[in-house]
Design a protein around this ligand. Structure first.
Ligand code: MN
Length: 236
């Protein structure tokens, strides 16, 4: 327990973090932001407006599940979907960060899954309620090990794919993002002040679909990394 723990009325919660590839160090996570509808084929499969500006939602930092982990099948849903996404991890932030300098804020990149209780998300959308119950549930943000920009630079193209039990379900290319990473940082930083430890899930390509207990989910982004999780039984 840290030296100043005595000032809190209960023990401070553990620091959420993501592993770093090839290291025993961790990246501490402050907030998880997600971009809605950032690949055209996914917008089409969801039947949404193809010309809308980017919008964002958030997940709690403690929703992260590490590579190799188990995601307990969440309550209340009958339709939990996978959405493979590139994760951008920020080492600095600010407000109104122009695209030309947005890459300077990035520490590294990884592979994540924006797990979604699709039935609850759509029910919320239809009655104009917030999306949290569909998007921000426990263990809804698996994230593979991060790789620093010093090793891979700033990937703007490369295959992004997800397999369920060995069968390819999602496949696209980072170059199909409607709003690229610098533009995404710019638009989000107009809405909130970004800071070190914030991560952004940058949207999913087409092919989203349902997962069930026992499924093995394998994700890969060319030049970035991999992520494997298993869907477990509901928590007792
Ligand atoms: Mn998503």
């Amino acid at each position: 327990m840290s030296a100043d723990a005595s000032k809190y009325v209960i023990a401070p919660p553990p620091q959420a973090a993501i592993r770093v590839k090839g290291s025993d160090k961790l990246f501490p996570v402050r907030r998880i932001w997600c971009v809605g509808r950032n690949y055209i084929e996914h917008i089409r499969e969801m039947g949404q407006d193809e010309r809308a500006p980017p919008f964002f939602f958030a997940k709690p930092a403690d929703a992260i599940v590490h590579d190799g982990g188990v995601v307990p099948y969440p309550p209340l849903t009958k339709d939990m979907h996978h959405e493979v996404e590139m994760v951008v991890a920020l080492k600095s932030g600010g407000s109104d960060i122009k695209p030309e300098r947005a890459n300077d804020c990035v520490w590294g990149y990884g592979v994540g899954i924006d797990l979604t209780r699709r039935d609850l998300q759509i029910a919320s959308r239809e009655i104009k309620r917030p999306w949290e119950i569909g998007k921000a549930f426990d263990a809804s943000a698996p994230c593979g090990a991060l790789v620093p920009t010093s090793e891979i630079g700033h990937p703007a193209k490369g295959r992004i794919a997800l397999k369920v039990n060995g069968a390819v379900k999602q496949e696209g290319d980072l170059n199909q993002m409607i709003w690229n990473v610098p533009e995404t940082i710019w638009k989000l930083s107009e809405m909130v002040e970004l800071a070190a430890g914030d991560i952004i899930m940058t949207g999913t390509p087409a092919g989203v679909g349902a997962l069930v207990p026992g499924d093995k989910v394998e994700c890969e982004i060319e030049g970035v990394g991999t992520l494997t999780v298993t869907i477990g039984k509901p928590k007792a």
